[in-house]
Design a protein around this ligand. Structure first.
Ligand SMILES: [Fe+2]
Length: 401
Protein backbone atom coordinates (compact mmCIF):
# COMPACT_ATOMS: atom_id res chain seq x y z
CA UNK A 1 0.00 0.00 0.00
CA UNK A 2 1.38 3.28 -0.94
CA UNK A 3 1.70 6.00 1.62
CA UNK A 4 0.87 9.49 0.50
CA UNK A 5 3.89 11.70 1.21
CA UNK A 6 3.47 15.27 2.23
CA UNK A 7 5.49 17.56 -0.04
CA UNK A 8 8.60 18.76 1.82
CA UNK A 9 8.59 22.37 2.82
CA UNK A 10 10.61 24.39 0.31
CA UNK A 11 13.58 26.16 1.84
CA UNK A 12 14.97 29.49 0.80
CA UNK A 13 18.30 28.21 -0.51
CA UNK A 14 19.76 31.62 -1.20
CA UNK A 15 19.07 32.84 2.32
CA UNK A 16 20.38 29.68 3.96
CA UNK A 17 23.53 29.70 1.84
CA UNK A 18 24.16 33.34 2.64
CA UNK A 19 23.96 32.37 6.32
CA UNK A 20 26.48 29.60 5.72
CA UNK A 21 28.64 32.11 3.90
CA UNK A 22 28.98 34.14 7.08
CA UNK A 23 30.74 31.10 8.56
CA UNK A 24 32.85 30.20 5.55
CA UNK A 25 34.32 33.71 5.54
CA UNK A 26 36.38 32.67 8.57
CA UNK A 27 37.77 29.81 6.49
CA UNK A 28 38.70 32.10 3.57
CA UNK A 29 36.12 30.48 1.34
CA UNK A 30 32.91 31.49 -0.40
CA UNK A 31 29.83 29.43 -1.27
CA UNK A 32 28.54 30.33 -4.68
CA UNK A 33 25.29 32.24 -4.31
CA UNK A 34 25.23 33.93 -7.71
CA UNK A 35 25.71 32.84 -11.29
CA UNK A 36 29.37 33.66 -11.81
CA UNK A 37 31.43 34.96 -8.96
CA UNK A 38 30.78 38.69 -9.06
CA UNK A 39 34.38 39.56 -9.77
CA UNK A 40 34.23 37.32 -12.84
CA UNK A 41 30.98 38.66 -14.19
CA UNK A 42 31.49 39.70 -17.79
CA UNK A 43 32.28 43.39 -17.90
CA UNK A 44 32.05 43.73 -21.63
CA UNK A 45 29.85 42.23 -24.29
CA UNK A 46 29.93 42.66 -28.02
CA UNK A 47 26.31 43.62 -27.82
CA UNK A 48 26.85 45.98 -24.91
CA UNK A 49 25.82 49.61 -25.00
CA UNK A 50 27.89 52.73 -25.13
CA UNK A 51 29.52 52.16 -21.75
CA UNK A 52 29.94 48.40 -21.92
CA UNK A 53 27.66 45.99 -20.12
CA UNK A 54 29.19 45.99 -16.67
CA UNK A 55 27.83 47.05 -13.33
CA UNK A 56 29.70 46.60 -10.08
CA UNK A 57 28.54 43.57 -8.15
CA UNK A 58 27.60 43.48 -4.47
CA UNK A 59 28.43 41.12 -1.62
CA UNK A 60 31.51 39.86 0.17
CA UNK A 61 33.61 38.67 -2.73
CA UNK A 62 32.70 41.73 -4.76
CA UNK A 63 33.79 44.14 -2.05
CA UNK A 64 37.17 44.76 -3.63
CA UNK A 65 35.99 44.77 -7.21
CA UNK A 66 37.12 47.98 -8.88
CA UNK A 67 36.92 49.25 -12.42
CA UNK A 68 38.72 52.24 -13.79
CA UNK A 69 36.56 55.10 -14.99
CA UNK A 70 36.88 57.45 -17.91
CA UNK A 71 38.40 60.62 -16.55
CA UNK A 72 40.05 63.90 -17.51
CA UNK A 73 42.53 65.87 -15.45
CA UNK A 74 42.54 69.55 -16.41
CA UNK A 75 45.95 71.17 -16.60
CA UNK A 76 44.59 74.46 -15.34
CA UNK A 77 43.42 72.72 -12.16
CA UNK A 78 46.48 70.51 -11.56
CA UNK A 79 49.34 72.81 -12.58
CA UNK A 80 48.88 75.45 -9.80
CA UNK A 81 49.64 72.71 -7.26
CA UNK A 82 52.83 71.83 -9.10
CA UNK A 83 54.07 75.41 -8.94
CA UNK A 84 53.09 75.59 -5.27
CA UNK A 85 55.14 72.43 -4.61
CA UNK A 86 58.13 74.00 -6.35
CA UNK A 87 57.73 77.16 -4.28
CA UNK A 88 57.53 75.24 -1.00
CA UNK A 89 60.59 73.20 -2.00
CA UNK A 90 62.57 76.36 -2.79
CA UNK A 91 61.77 77.88 0.58
CA UNK A 92 62.12 74.72 2.67
CA UNK A 93 64.97 74.25 5.09
CA UNK A 94 65.23 70.61 4.06
CA UNK A 95 64.24 69.95 0.45
CA UNK A 96 61.28 67.52 0.30
CA UNK A 97 63.14 65.79 -2.53
CA UNK A 98 65.78 64.64 -0.02
CA UNK A 99 63.13 62.44 1.60
CA UNK A 100 60.89 61.59 -1.33
CA UNK A 101 63.43 61.19 -4.18
CA UNK A 102 60.66 62.42 -6.48
CA UNK A 103 58.70 65.65 -6.46
CA UNK A 104 55.28 66.02 -7.96
CA UNK A 105 51.71 64.79 -8.15
CA UNK A 106 50.48 61.27 -8.82
CA UNK A 107 47.14 60.94 -10.59
CA UNK A 108 44.54 58.55 -9.20
CA UNK A 109 41.65 57.12 -11.17
CA UNK A 110 38.33 57.79 -9.39
CA UNK A 111 37.27 54.16 -9.97
CA UNK A 112 40.38 52.58 -8.47
CA UNK A 113 39.97 53.34 -4.78
CA UNK A 114 42.85 55.78 -4.38
CA UNK A 115 45.48 53.48 -5.82
CA UNK A 116 48.39 55.30 -7.45
CA UNK A 117 47.36 54.39 -10.97
CA UNK A 118 45.23 55.81 -13.73
CA UNK A 119 44.46 52.48 -15.41
CA UNK A 120 44.83 48.88 -14.22
CA UNK A 121 48.35 48.78 -15.60
CA UNK A 122 49.63 52.37 -15.81
CA UNK A 123 50.92 54.84 -13.24
CA UNK A 124 51.13 58.52 -14.09
CA UNK A 125 53.02 61.14 -12.10
CA UNK A 126 53.63 64.77 -13.00
CA UNK A 127 57.02 65.87 -11.70
CA UNK A 128 58.43 69.33 -11.13
CA UNK A 129 62.09 70.02 -10.46
CA UNK A 130 63.69 73.32 -9.49
CA UNK A 131 67.13 74.43 -10.58
CA UNK A 132 69.71 72.09 -9.05
CA UNK A 133 67.25 69.34 -8.08
CA UNK A 134 68.38 65.79 -8.70
CA UNK A 135 66.36 62.56 -8.64
CA UNK A 136 69.16 60.12 -7.81
CA UNK A 137 70.35 57.27 -10.02
CA UNK A 138 68.37 54.07 -9.67
CA UNK A 139 67.18 51.06 -11.65
CA UNK A 140 63.93 49.09 -11.49
CA UNK A 141 61.88 46.39 -13.16
CA UNK A 142 58.91 48.56 -14.22
CA UNK A 143 59.30 50.14 -17.66
CA UNK A 144 59.02 53.92 -17.54
CA UNK A 145 59.14 57.07 -19.63
CA UNK A 146 59.22 60.83 -19.35
CA UNK A 147 57.04 63.08 -21.53
CA UNK A 148 58.40 66.59 -21.35
CA UNK A 149 55.87 69.40 -20.87
CA UNK A 150 58.25 72.34 -20.16
CA UNK A 151 59.61 74.23 -23.11
CA UNK A 152 63.19 73.53 -22.04
CA UNK A 153 65.41 72.50 -19.19
CA UNK A 154 65.95 69.28 -17.38
CA UNK A 155 67.77 66.14 -18.30
CA UNK A 156 67.60 62.40 -17.86
CA UNK A 157 70.66 60.17 -17.93
CA UNK A 158 69.86 56.65 -19.12
CA UNK A 159 72.62 54.03 -19.09
CA UNK A 160 75.14 56.85 -19.38
CA UNK A 161 73.31 58.63 -22.23
CA UNK A 162 72.73 62.28 -21.49
CA UNK A 163 69.26 63.28 -22.72
CA UNK A 164 68.77 67.05 -22.68
CA UNK A 165 65.02 67.60 -22.63
CA UNK A 166 62.67 69.93 -24.46
CA UNK A 167 58.88 70.06 -24.79
CA UNK A 168 57.41 67.13 -26.65
CA UNK A 169 60.41 64.86 -26.05
CA UNK A 170 59.86 61.33 -24.81
CA UNK A 171 62.65 59.65 -22.86
CA UNK A 172 62.33 55.91 -22.27
CA UNK A 173 63.89 54.24 -19.25
CA UNK A 174 63.20 50.55 -19.91
CA UNK A 175 63.20 47.76 -17.35
CA UNK A 176 66.74 47.33 -16.01
CA UNK A 177 68.28 50.62 -17.15
CA UNK A 178 70.04 52.92 -14.67
CA UNK A 179 68.60 56.42 -14.83
CA UNK A 180 68.68 59.73 -12.99
CA UNK A 181 67.03 63.08 -13.59
CA UNK A 182 67.69 66.69 -12.79
CA UNK A 183 67.30 70.29 -13.78
CA UNK A 184 70.21 72.67 -14.49
CA UNK A 185 67.90 75.32 -15.96
CA UNK A 186 66.98 78.41 -13.88
CA UNK A 187 63.24 77.73 -14.29
CA UNK A 188 61.27 74.77 -12.92
CA UNK A 189 60.99 71.81 -15.23
CA UNK A 190 57.84 69.70 -15.61
CA UNK A 191 57.36 66.29 -17.15
CA UNK A 192 55.02 63.30 -16.96
CA UNK A 193 56.32 59.99 -15.65
CA UNK A 194 54.54 56.95 -17.06
CA UNK A 195 55.19 53.46 -15.73
CA UNK A 196 53.76 49.94 -15.97
CA UNK A 197 54.30 49.80 -12.20
CA UNK A 198 50.72 48.70 -11.25
CA UNK A 199 51.02 45.73 -13.60
CA UNK A 200 54.40 44.73 -12.17
CA UNK A 201 53.02 45.20 -8.68
CA UNK A 202 50.08 42.92 -9.48
CA UNK A 203 52.55 40.32 -10.69
CA UNK A 204 54.74 40.88 -7.61
CA UNK A 205 57.56 41.64 -9.97
CA UNK A 206 58.67 45.07 -8.74
CA UNK A 207 62.27 45.49 -7.74
CA UNK A 208 64.19 48.72 -7.29
CA UNK A 209 67.90 49.29 -6.69
CA UNK A 210 69.00 52.75 -5.51
CA UNK A 211 72.59 51.82 -4.81
CA UNK A 212 74.32 53.14 -7.88
CA UNK A 213 78.01 52.36 -7.76
CA UNK A 214 80.31 54.45 -9.87
CA UNK A 215 84.02 53.75 -9.85
CA UNK A 216 84.11 52.78 -6.22
CA UNK A 217 81.78 55.55 -5.04
CA UNK A 218 78.42 54.41 -3.80
CA UNK A 219 75.15 56.22 -4.15
CA UNK A 220 76.47 58.67 -6.72
CA UNK A 221 73.45 60.78 -7.48
CA UNK A 222 74.11 61.21 -11.15
CA UNK A 223 75.70 58.92 -13.71
CA UNK A 224 78.79 60.04 -15.62
CA UNK A 225 78.12 60.81 -19.29
CA UNK A 226 79.22 57.89 -21.46
CA UNK A 227 77.20 58.96 -24.51
CA UNK A 228 76.54 62.60 -25.32
CA UNK A 229 73.11 64.07 -26.04
CA UNK A 230 71.72 62.76 -29.32
CA UNK A 231 73.36 59.31 -29.07
CA UNK A 232 70.01 57.51 -29.47
CA UNK A 233 69.21 59.45 -32.63
CA UNK A 234 72.67 58.91 -34.12
CA UNK A 235 72.52 55.17 -33.45
CA UNK A 236 68.87 54.37 -34.08
CA UNK A 237 67.25 57.37 -35.70
CA UNK A 238 68.06 56.37 -39.29
CA UNK A 239 64.88 54.70 -40.50
CA UNK A 240 65.52 51.24 -41.89
CA UNK A 241 69.18 51.22 -40.86
CA UNK A 242 70.26 49.41 -37.72
CA UNK A 243 73.75 49.35 -36.24
CA UNK A 244 75.41 45.95 -36.43
CA UNK A 245 78.63 46.84 -34.66
CA UNK A 246 77.14 46.70 -31.13
CA UNK A 247 74.88 44.28 -29.31
CA UNK A 248 72.12 46.93 -29.11
CA UNK A 249 71.46 45.62 -25.60
CA UNK A 250 71.27 48.50 -23.15
CA UNK A 251 70.66 47.73 -19.49
CA UNK A 252 69.55 44.37 -18.13
CA UNK A 253 65.98 44.21 -19.39
CA UNK A 254 64.72 42.05 -22.21
CA UNK A 255 62.73 43.05 -25.29
CA UNK A 256 62.91 46.81 -24.68
CA UNK A 257 63.96 49.57 -27.01
CA UNK A 258 67.62 50.64 -27.15
CA UNK A 259 66.41 54.01 -28.49
CA UNK A 260 65.90 56.05 -25.34
CA UNK A 261 65.33 59.59 -26.51
CA UNK A 262 62.80 60.84 -29.08
CA UNK A 263 62.96 64.59 -29.72
CA UNK A 264 59.64 66.41 -29.76
CA UNK A 265 60.65 68.48 -32.79
CA UNK A 266 61.34 65.33 -34.79
CA UNK A 267 58.09 63.67 -33.72
CA UNK A 268 56.18 66.78 -34.78
CA UNK A 269 57.97 66.96 -38.14
CA UNK A 270 57.24 63.28 -38.80
CA UNK A 271 53.53 63.85 -38.14
CA UNK A 272 53.51 66.96 -40.29
CA UNK A 273 55.12 65.18 -43.26
CA UNK A 274 52.13 62.81 -43.28
CA UNK A 275 49.40 65.42 -42.90
CA UNK A 276 48.24 65.08 -46.51
CA UNK A 277 47.62 61.35 -46.10
CA UNK A 278 44.04 60.26 -45.64
CA UNK A 279 44.79 58.69 -42.27
CA UNK A 280 42.58 56.33 -40.29
CA UNK A 281 38.89 57.07 -39.55
CA UNK A 282 39.40 56.17 -35.89
CA UNK A 283 42.94 57.42 -35.32
CA UNK A 284 43.71 60.11 -37.95
CA UNK A 285 47.47 60.36 -38.57
CA UNK A 286 49.11 58.18 -35.95
CA UNK A 287 52.70 57.03 -35.46
CA UNK A 288 53.86 54.33 -33.07
CA UNK A 289 57.19 54.50 -31.25
CA UNK A 290 58.85 51.15 -31.87
CA UNK A 291 61.97 49.25 -30.95
CA UNK A 292 64.16 50.06 -33.99
CA UNK A 293 65.83 46.65 -33.88
CA UNK A 294 62.67 44.52 -33.91
CA UNK A 295 59.81 46.82 -34.92
CA UNK A 296 57.99 45.69 -31.76
CA UNK A 297 56.45 48.15 -29.27
CA UNK A 298 59.07 50.05 -27.25
CA UNK A 299 58.16 47.97 -24.19
CA UNK A 300 56.60 44.48 -24.24
CA UNK A 301 53.83 45.91 -22.05
CA UNK A 302 53.11 49.42 -23.31
CA UNK A 303 52.47 50.94 -26.72
CA UNK A 304 53.38 54.62 -27.20
CA UNK A 305 51.95 56.69 -30.07
CA UNK A 306 51.76 60.27 -31.33
CA UNK A 307 48.60 61.31 -33.14
CA UNK A 308 47.78 64.29 -35.35
CA UNK A 309 44.21 65.54 -35.76
CA UNK A 310 43.97 68.20 -38.41
CA UNK A 311 41.81 71.30 -37.85
CA UNK A 312 38.16 70.31 -37.58
CA UNK A 313 38.96 66.59 -37.91
CA UNK A 314 36.32 64.38 -36.33
CA UNK A 315 37.07 60.73 -35.67
CA UNK A 316 34.69 57.77 -35.51
CA UNK A 317 33.98 55.68 -32.41
CA UNK A 318 36.43 52.90 -31.56
CA UNK A 319 36.95 50.62 -28.59
CA UNK A 320 39.84 48.38 -27.64
CA UNK A 321 40.36 45.71 -25.01
CA UNK A 322 43.29 47.78 -23.76
CA UNK A 323 43.26 50.87 -21.55
CA UNK A 324 44.76 54.15 -22.74
CA UNK A 325 46.39 57.25 -21.31
CA UNK A 326 46.22 60.44 -23.40
CA UNK A 327 48.03 63.76 -22.98
CA UNK A 328 47.12 66.71 -25.19
CA UNK A 329 50.36 68.16 -26.50
CA UNK A 330 48.72 70.73 -28.82
CA UNK A 331 45.33 72.04 -29.74
CA UNK A 332 41.84 71.92 -28.38
CA UNK A 333 38.84 69.73 -28.86
CA UNK A 334 36.81 67.10 -27.07
CA UNK A 335 36.63 63.37 -26.62
CA UNK A 336 33.55 61.28 -26.00
CA UNK A 337 34.42 58.35 -23.75
CA UNK A 338 31.74 55.94 -22.56
CA UNK A 339 29.00 58.43 -23.28
CA UNK A 340 30.71 61.31 -21.44
CA UNK A 341 32.07 64.39 -23.15
CA UNK A 342 35.47 65.69 -22.06
CA UNK A 343 36.62 69.00 -23.50
CA UNK A 344 40.38 69.31 -23.66
CA UNK A 345 43.18 71.75 -24.26
CA UNK A 346 46.98 71.78 -24.02
CA UNK A 347 48.46 69.49 -21.33
CA UNK A 348 45.11 68.00 -20.28
CA UNK A 349 45.26 64.30 -19.51
CA UNK A 350 42.60 61.62 -20.06
CA UNK A 351 42.18 57.95 -19.23
CA UNK A 352 40.15 55.66 -21.51
CA UNK A 353 38.94 52.42 -19.87
CA UNK A 354 39.21 49.02 -21.51
CA UNK A 355 36.69 48.38 -24.29
CA UNK A 356 34.84 51.64 -23.83
CA UNK A 357 33.68 53.52 -26.90
CA UNK A 358 35.65 56.68 -27.55
CA UNK A 359 36.18 59.23 -30.26
CA UNK A 360 38.23 62.42 -30.53
CA UNK A 361 37.31 65.67 -32.24
CA UNK A 362 39.60 68.60 -33.01
CA UNK A 363 37.36 71.66 -32.68
CA UNK A 364 40.19 74.17 -33.15
CA UNK A 365 41.53 76.06 -36.14
CA UNK A 366 44.97 74.57 -35.54
CA UNK A 367 46.36 71.05 -35.38
CA UNK A 368 45.80 68.91 -32.31
CA UNK A 369 48.52 66.50 -31.23
CA UNK A 370 47.84 63.72 -28.73
CA UNK A 371 50.42 61.41 -27.18
CA UNK A 372 48.98 58.08 -26.07
CA UNK A 373 50.22 55.20 -23.94
CA UNK A 374 48.23 51.98 -23.79
CA UNK A 375 48.66 48.45 -22.54
CA UNK A 376 47.69 47.11 -25.97
CA UNK A 377 51.25 45.82 -26.36
CA UNK A 378 50.68 43.45 -23.45
CA UNK A 379 47.22 42.42 -24.63
CA UNK A 380 48.51 41.68 -28.13
CA UNK A 381 51.33 39.57 -26.67
CA UNK A 382 48.72 37.66 -24.66
CA UNK A 383 46.45 37.15 -27.66
CA UNK A 384 43.76 39.28 -25.97
CA UNK A 385 43.80 42.41 -28.10
CA UNK A 386 40.57 43.19 -29.93
CA UNK A 387 39.19 46.42 -31.29
CA UNK A 388 35.95 47.48 -32.91
CA UNK A 389 34.72 50.53 -34.77
CA UNK A 390 31.26 52.03 -34.96
CA UNK A 391 29.94 54.20 -37.75
CA UNK A 392 27.45 57.10 -37.51
CA UNK A 393 24.54 54.68 -38.03
CA UNK A 394 25.71 52.60 -35.06
CA UNK A 395 26.99 49.69 -37.16
CA UNK A 396 29.80 47.89 -35.37
CA UNK A 397 32.73 46.52 -37.37
CA UNK A 398 35.61 44.33 -36.21
CA UNK A 399 38.96 46.08 -36.60
CA UNK A 400 41.09 43.50 -34.84
CA UNK A 401 39.53 40.28 -33.62
FE1 LIG B 1 62.78 55.43 -12.15
Amino acid sequence: MSVATKPAKKVDAAELMEQLNAETAKLNAWIRVEANAPAQRPWFADTGGATGSGTLATGRVARNQMKMQAHRWRWREISPFLFRIAEIAREAEEKPLERTDRQGILLTNPGLGGRLQITNTIRCAIAIYNHGDIAPAHVHSPNASRTILSEKGGYTNVEGERCECKRGDIVFTPNGTWHDHGNDDPDPMIWIDMLDWPLMEYLDCVWVDQNYIDEGRTNAKSQPTLHSDGHSTRMYGNGGLKPVFTSNQRGWGQKSTPLFHYKGVEIREALNRLRKEEGDPFEAIKLEFVNPITGAPVFPTLQYCAQLLRPGEELAFKRETSSTFIVVMEGQGFSEIGGQRFDWEKNDIMAVPNFMWRRHVNTGKNDAVLYTVSDSALLRAMGQYRSQGKDAAGKVTQIVQ
